[in-house]
Ligand binder design. Structure first.
Ligand SMILES: *Cc1c(COP(=O)(O)O)cnc(C)c1O
Length: 340
């Protein structure tokens, strides 16, 4: 029962992504993806007593960082796989990214989504020339539909986060952070399935294990946080949230991102809907930036989550800006940060 050899036999953790993979990703995706600005934020720095920098992934084509992973994966497919086309399930931003990259490369793309996806995102995917297939009420339903297409039509499923190529693509943000802020001490990253934080966390920890990697999810439906606590992927119910891009499970069969998050993430902070709305309002009011709820979770954590060490250099990933105007105005109008 208490076999002492068991511990010795446990193999050491080996990351499914290497630093070389991240550098290769950077070279591969360079023609399709921007190096985004990292801007100092005197306003947030003064408010929390640390040096705050914003990494503006809102400047990517299609409005989020997801083009990095999508481009790296699709460009790594064989010519034959590319000919048969790609498909994916997505709350929106990953779907947009896959559609955009596929169009650039002249590859067929089918995007499977659930009925929960905001109309604005669905319209945007169709405008990018992809075929949209709507099925079910959750990410899991959309995912099932996607794998049916893979079986029936031989398309390649481009997973949103649980794929080493996707993770390496998102990891290129880590390289850019090290370039622009070599003295970085902490990074705050919106967290859903964990592809983004796995890539960034792995890359930064490879440079220096002392760099603190902090994930942020919404209190409602925080699948990764619950999974970390349980020590295995768990399913949580999906509830409407301002951070709709963070909805979805981490996959019961998660192979890569969960293990990397366990290994390379120091802490996960949960933020309330009020804090997310305040983050959106403050980014607009103080920085003149329009961001979606998911992208405001980092700022929400800075303002309420007690994540920053005094005086430290901290980068916050502002991950996307796909929000429809009405939802945006409602969110910032309700926030006490506005006019308070
Ligand atoms: C997908 C997404 C995230 C979370 O990325 P994961 O790799 O799923 O953790 C954060 N913000 C935005 C805007 C996204 O689209």
């Amino acid at each position: 029962m208490n076999d002492p050899r068991r511990h010795e036999a446990d193999p050491p953790y080996v990351s499914p992504v290497t630093l070389r993979d991240v550098w290769k990703a950077r070279q591969r995706i360079a023609p399709y993806v921007r190096k985004t600005p990292l801007t100092a934020s005197p306003i947030f720095s003064a408010r929390i007593g640390a040096s705050v920098f914003l990494k503006l992934e809102t400047f990517q084509e299609t409005g989020s960082f997801k083009v990095r992973g999508a481009a790296n994966k699709i460009l790594s497919l064989t010519p034959d796989e590319q000919r048969r086309g790609v498909t994916t399930f997505s709350t929106g931003n990953h779907g947009l990214a896959v559609a955009h990259i596929a169009r650039q490369l002249g590859i067929t793309a089918v995007i499977c989504v659930s009925r929960r996806v905001p109309r604005a995102k669905a319209d945007a995917i169709e405008r990018l020339g992809a075929r949209l297939e709507v099925d079910g009420d959750s990410q899991d339903d959309a995912e099932r539909h996607c794998y049916e297409l893979q079986e029936r039509q031989g398309m390649t499923v481009i997973k949103p986060f649980d794929d080493p190529y996707v993770i390496a693509g998102q990891g290129t943000i880590g390289l850019e952070l090290l370039e622009d802020l070599p003295e970085i001490e902490a990074v705050v990253v919106p967290l859903s399935g964990g592809g983004l934080i796995a890539g960034i966390g792995y890359t930064l920890k490879s440079a220096s294990p002392d760099i603190e990697v902090i994930g942020v999810s919404m209190e409602r439906s925080a699948a990764m946080s619950h999974s970390l606590q349980a020590g295995r992927p768990v399913v949580v119910a999906e509830h409407d949230t301002l951070a709709d891009s963070l909805l979805g499970g981490i996959g019961r069969e998660n192979q890569y991102s969960f293990g990397m998050v366990r290994r390379y993430v120091d802490d996960v902070v949960l933020v309330s809907e009020e804090a997310i709305a305040e983050g959106m309002a403050v980014l607009f009011d103080q920085q003149r930036m329009v961001v979606e709820g998911a992208a405001a979770t980092g700022i929400a954590a800075l303002l309420h989550g007690n994540v920053a060490r005094p005086g430290s250099n901290i980068a916050v990933i502002v991950s996307g800006n796909n929000v429809d105007t009405r939802a945006f105005l409602t969110a910032i109008g309700r926030s006490p940060a506005f006019g308070a």
